[in-house]
Ligand binder design. Structure first.
Ligand SMILES: Cc1cc2nc3c(=O)[nH]c(=O)nc-3n(C[C@H](O)[C@H](O)[C@H](O)COP(=O)(O)OP(=O)(O)OC[C@H]3O[C@@H](n4cnc5c(N)ncnc54)[C@H](O)[C@@H]3O)c2cc1C
Length: 418
């Protein structure tokens, strides 16, 4: 077996892995190795040729490849190494080893002092949501269609219906329209948008594409190719309301019905997984339940903006480097971050007391609300609080909390302003 030794090994060279590698090098780690299954770095951003990346982090509007390119160049300039065409098959935390299949060397064993998981996420498919009907061609996940159109120059259809108002679906509604297709409707089962409001404005409203909230697809028609879909209103339990069904003739159905962290390696390494995010549970250093293993990006929780991915990945890389250099305690007393009113999940899930330090807690709300206060409480004390004009499940929220005095669990509540 081909053998490689390094200080920090990063699995996945998307924006999360690239920024973790940059931070690890800047922190002083020796050999930092990015392991990537694709033939090039950049992850999902390679197919996101639209602008809208980097507004927070770079204060500049970049395309996906431009955003990833900045970190790829920096990682290379700092001396991070990349092993492309390498599919990681197993992570062995007890020996800090990674087994991967490399197209040139065959089976390869990487031994590292610390490991960063940055494998991203994958899309939910028709099988995940079980739409009845025939199984014709012309049904794609929105990301697969995006890859075909943007990277392989293959048009996927002419008359399109999109199920789900997630960001990828809305971005593909615009892309398909720009490529000459007719997007007939975006169908969303919830009574609110699943993605960013800015994407509704720029990708649906600007192109006159109807958004059907509180609707779902009940059946797909067509034998060889999709011929149409049946769309019905849903009740408060998300069950289709009889006699509200309408038929929309189309040749293509795109699914934008959620993303799932790529957590097979995490699960098999017996790293604790959050039942809500489906990604590894981490502390403020992005350290998992196995002290030598860190995690960042969409493998931890599905982020809306890549800028947030970068922020947490820089932390993961920094602390993975400190761990590799023997400068980060493996163990320590930790409290939990606890979801309170209108909070679906929190990341990081565990917090360690640290004098003079602060942590960004990222979270998503359960339901949209206007004029709220986000409040972090530890025992009877409010340790941080901020106002928000609007919160929405499709947009990630965050609050910065001091870690000086986290003597007990920290509860985050979203409360209506009086
Ligand atoms: C269609 C779409 C549109 C978006 N639009 C915007 C936008 O306009 N603005 C914005 O800010 N954000 C946007 N985002 C969000 C942003 O792109 C993501 O949050 C970000 O790419 C996540 O980065 P990541 O590194 O965690 O994951 P990824 O980019 O998915 O990278 C993960 C990498 O890990 C590799 N990998 C996985 N498993 C293995 C394995 N076993 N072995 C080796 N390598 C492996 C993959 O090949 C991949 O390269 C969009 C996302 C999508 C999908």
């Amino acid at each position: 077996m081909y053998e490689i030794n390094c200080d920090v090994a990063v699995i996945g060279a998307g924006p999360a892995g690239l920024s973790a590698a940059v931070a690890a090098k800047k922190e002083g780690a020796g050999k930092v190795l990015l392991i990537e299954r694709d033939e090039s770095v950049g992850g999902i951003l390679q197919q996101c040729i639209h602008p809208g990346f980097g507004l927070t982090y770079f204060k500049k509007e970049l395309t996906g490849p431009e955003y990833a390119g900045r970190f790829a160049e920096e990682a290379e300039a700092l001396g991070a190494e990349v092993l492309l065409n390498s599919m990681v098959l197993e992570v062995l935390p007890e020996s800090n080893q990674i087994l991967c299949a490399n197209s040139e060397y065959g089976m390869t064993r990487v031994t590292a002092k610390s490991i960063v998981l940055a494998m991203g996420c994958r899309e939910r498919t028709r099988a995940n949501i079980q739409i009845p009907g025939t199984r014709p061609s012309g049904i794609y996940t929105a990301g697969a269609a995006q890859r075909l159109v943007n990277r392989q120059n293959a048009m996927v259809g002419k008359n399109v219906v999109i199920l789900g108002s997630g960001d990828i679906g809305m971005i593909m509604a615009r892309r398909m329209s720009l490529e000459g297709a007719k997007v007939l409707a975006v169908v969303e089962i919830m009574d609110f948008l699943a993605g960013l409001t800015r994407n509704k404005v720029q990708c649906l409203d600007d192109f006159g594409i109807p958004l059907k909230l509180k609707h779902t697809i009940t059946r797909i028609a067509g034998s060889r190719r999709v011929e149409g879909v049946y769309v019905a209103q849903v009740d408060e339990n998300k069950k289709p309301i009889p006699k509200t069904e309408e038929y929309i003739a189309c040749d293509t159905l795109l699914l934008s019905v959620g993303l799932l962290p790529e957590n097979e390696l995490t699960r098999q390494a017996e790293i604790e997984i959050s039942p809500v995010t489906n990604g590894p549970a981490v502390n403020q250093y992005m350290q998992t339940s196995v002290p030598s293993v860190f995690a960042c990006g969409n493998v931890v929780h599905v982020n809306d903006l890549v800028d947030n991915v970068t922020t947490e990945s820089l932390q993961a890389g920094k602390y993975a480097a400190l761990y590799a250099m023997g400068q980060l305690e493996g163990e320590g007393r930790e409290v939990e971050s606890v979801t309170g009113n209108n909070v679906r999940y929190l990341c990081p899930q565990r917090l360690r007391e640290e004098k003079g330090a602060k942590a960004n807690l990222f979270f998503r709300v359960l339901a949209p609300e206007l004029d709220v206060r986000i409040e972090a409480r530890c025992q009877d004390r409010v340790i941080a609080s901020k106002k928000e004009r609007r919160v929405n499940p499709g947009e990630m929220c965050s609050i910065q909390i001091p870690l000086d005095d986290v003597t007990d669990d920290v509860i985050i509540n979203v409360v209506k302003e009086a």
